[in-house]
Design a protein. Structure first.
Length: 114
């Protein structure tokens, strides 16, 4: 459901691209990873990832998709070009994909271990 047409007081679908994007951006902000949302449009370049940034001196491109979402050929090519030129480019269907692809697992505290 589009968040713009959602009735006031209702909860957005947690599997929507908008909700996934928000959770990823919240995570990146928490870890102080410089990033911004790319708002594509008719005048933009096809295939540019949804979230762009810089992580540890490398260009970062994250294409956000729902669990069943598919990449367009332009999106695949753009991510391949980012990686080919030394950047970090990947598809994220959840914050878990971001944690794994950026190697953030060790930055979480495990309170249950001894």
């Amino acid at each position: 459901m589009n968040t713009r047409t959602r009735k006031k007081g209702t909860v957005p679908d947690p599997n929507s691209e908008a909700a996934i994007t928000k959770s990823i951006r919240d995570l990146l902000t928490r870890f102080q990873i410089y990033h911004w949302k790319n708002w594509g449009g008719m005048m933009g370049t096809k295939g540019v990832p949804d979230i762009l940034g810089i992580y540890k001196g490398q260009f970062l491109g994250i294409e956000v998709k729902t669990p069943k979402g598919k990449l367009s050929p332009e999106q695949e090519t753009f991510l391949e070009n980012i990686r080919k030129h030394g950047g970090i480019g990947f598809v994220a269907r959840s914050i878990d994909d971001v944690i794994v692809n950026l190697g953030l697992q060790d930055r979480f505290l495990d309170f249950g271990r001894k």
